[in-house]
Design a protein. Sequence first.
Length: 277
Amino acid sequence: MKTIQKTAIALAASGLFATAAFAQTAPAAPEAPEASPVTANVTLTNDYRYRGITQTNYMPAVQGGFDYAHESGLYIGNWNSTISWISDQNPVGTSAPLEMDFYAGFKKELIAPGFASDFGVLQYYYPAKGFSSSFMQNPNSTELYAAQNFTFGPVTGFVKLSYAVTTLFGIPNSSGSMYPDLTLNYDTGFWGLSANGHIGYQYIAGQPNTTTGYGTTPKNISYTDWKLGMTKDFGGGLSAQVSYISTNANPTWYQTGGNQTTWAGRGGANFSVTKTF
């Protein structure tokens, strides 16, 4: 009996030492690979809304872009979307099916963790053929922007101000237009769902030279837009969102469609699916 006990004890001790030796000599777990400074994204949406105004006459759009972010905080990127609003306003001989955005800036947590400040410049470019309009100028536009991101527990978001240093999307005399906006996101902690809210005010500087019967005050084509929705994170860079978007934009000015009789800022549901790489 003692011999059996001694043998058992010896085997146990041998196993213990072997385990300890293995733990000491086992290779360390590999470090997680560093995140790539280059990311890309592709989106499918039922309606491209920009500041509440449809850019596709309430039709679907394909969107995508890429970004390069340096560890210093400097970044550069490009984003593109199919559109129809320029051709809708100039249906005879005009081809402008694409919006191309080019931007660069600096984004860094200058205040505290979770509070990134963002400063940059954004160029909207619309490759168009046969563009001609009796009142609308070249739609290409340039904006400067400054944003402050914030995090308070499950709530994240940002406040932002965009300032047009050129005429804004072809509206005459509109240099100096501004767009302050606020975006909020609330992580519910349930099933990857987040609640989203957005409100912005598009101030149009100057008075466009049109024959549509507008008065002399520029406020008649400025407007407020808002959005309420939910986002679902499926993991692996895949997400989907559903929201309700609306504006109080003047329906006489903001029109779309081939005959320019459809209000471009009416309320409606918006759906999209995005894959980030």
